[in-house]
Design a protein around this ligand. Structure first.
Ligand code: HEC
Length: 315
């Protein structure tokens, strides 16, 4: 007698699974950081930095590295003087900022917002803190543009570069260079999917789980191979984690089980397809996971054991 379990479908179930934590990486292309100087009261000039890098972590902490040696003043000798006297060959400056990611995430593609940002610039051992507004545009699902909403003014004294500016005046025989510097920035960030991990829990919509059309009774026999390490009771872990409710769940969710990093950071949702691939070759599909099991060779066995796991979890 064959007991057929047909079409066990979790259609578009909303299951509490970890949200894909979003990491954003600064894209140098299109990003631009510039500041202005005014000498002799009347001559305004724009300098910029051509080499920027950085990222924003899921909690909204932004860190942007400014390569000070990439300063572009449009005159070589002036670039050298800036690097040597003002930036004192410091290498990089770091701009850190706290961004409210909920506000950014709430933006639909094409929408904009003005967000408050608390930032700090760390330049040659001096930290300058400032609050400012940034203008955010969600360019696409996976990219945002952030720019200064107004100008940000930085005093050369606060930034600890007054002596360097004195030196520039002397070298260029200039009567004056203003001691407050307007700064504008336009930064592009791209969402980095590889780094998405099981960070903060939030409900996400899981795609429909394909129908399981397997033989539960036959699956119970196949399950004997799993029994040495697994139970299907909720909260009962052995060598392996409890497999209760595994079909449709996100990987590495069993309470109290110490998973490998490989499984934890896999981002896998266990549906028929991912379980089938995994159970056929656990080591090969997910290198670094710690399930010491060679795999099931027959497709039929896999389908059946999935049907069994599904039926047992239904209580
Ligand atoms: C020798 C012990 C062992 C055997 C046998 C074994 N497993 Fe595992 N299994 C583990 C361990 C350990 C893990 C955790 C892996 C990790 O953290 O990398 C695991 C993880 C899993 C996961 C992922 C669970 C999760 O919470 O994401 C599934 C699914 C799974 N096993 C199914 C099976 C099935 C089905 C069988 C039998 C066909 C089986 N295992 C046989 C030890 C075993």
């Amino acid at each position: 007698m064959k007991l057929m379990l047909k079409a066990v479908t979790i259609a578009s179930a909303i299951i509490a699974t970890p949200a894909l934590a979003e990491h954003w990486t600064l894209s140098p292309e299109g990003s631009h950081l510039a500041y202005g100087t005014i000498k002799k009261d009347t001559v305004g000039e724009v300098n910029s930095f051509t080499n920027l890098s950085g990222h924003v972590s899921p909690d909204g902490k932004a860190e942007i590295e400014i390569d000070l040696s990439s300063v572009e003043t449009n005159i070589d000798i002036r670039n050298e003087r800036m690097i040597e006297h003002v930036f004192r060959n410091a290498g990089t400056a770091t701009l850190t900022a706290q961004i409210d990611m909920d506000e950014v995430k709430a933006l639909a593609v094409g929408q904009t917002a003005v967000v408050d940002v608390e930032a700090a610039l760390s330049l040659i051992g001096t930290d300058v803190e400032f609050d400012t507004e940034m203008f955010v545009l969600r360019v696409s699902e996976k990219s945002v543009m952030v720019s200064t909403n107004d100008m940000v003014f930085l005093s050369t004294e606060d930034a600890g570069v007054n002596a360097g500016v004195d030196k520039l005046m002397e070298l260029a025989s200039l009567p004056g260079i203003t001691r407050t510097v307007p700064i504008t920035a336009r930064l592009f960030f791209n969402m980095d999917e590889q780094k998405a991990d099981a960070g903060t829990a939030a409900p996400v919509e899981v795609a429909a789980v394909a129908a399981v059309d397997g033989d539960i009774k036959a699956g119970k026999k196949v399950y004997r191979k799993c029994k040495a390490c697994h139970q299907i009771k909720e909260g009962k872990n052995g060598v392996g984690p409890s497999l209760y409710g595994i079909v449709g769940a996100s990987a590495a969710q069993a309470d109290g089980f110490k998973y490998s990093d490989a499984l934890k950071s896999s981002g896998i949702v266990w549906d028929v397809e991912t379980l089938t691939t995994f159970l056929a070759d656990p080591k090969g599909t997910l290198p670094g996971n710690k399930m010491q099991f060679a795999g099931l060779k027959k497709d039929e066995d896999i389908t059946n054991v999935i049907a069994y796991l599904q039926s047992e979890s239904e209580g």
